[in-house]
Design a protein around this ligand. Structure first.
Ligand code: ZN
Length: 68
């Protein structure tokens, strides 16, 4: 079995483990355009929040197939 030559410092251990606790944001689905958006926030695709248009978007929301 390969053994480490030296003990890693606590700082180095914490730097390595910093990435273990990254979590992706919990995305909900916009009821207006069915795009993923953050909950309790204005949808970034269509500018709607709780059925009300808060931000006027320049273009109409695209479907996921059109974005690629
Ligand atoms: Zn939307």
């Amino acid at each position: 079995m390969a053994n480490p030559k030296r003990r890693h410092s606590v700082c180095r251990k914490h730097m390595r483990r910093a990435h273990d606790f990254l979590v992706s944001p919990h995305l909900g689905k916009c009821p207006k355009c069915d795009e993923k958006s953050l909950p309790h926030q204005v949808c970034g695709w269509c500018g709607h929040y709780r059925g009300v248009e808060v931000i006027k978007m320049e273009t109409a929301p695209e479907t996921p197939e059109e974005k690629k």
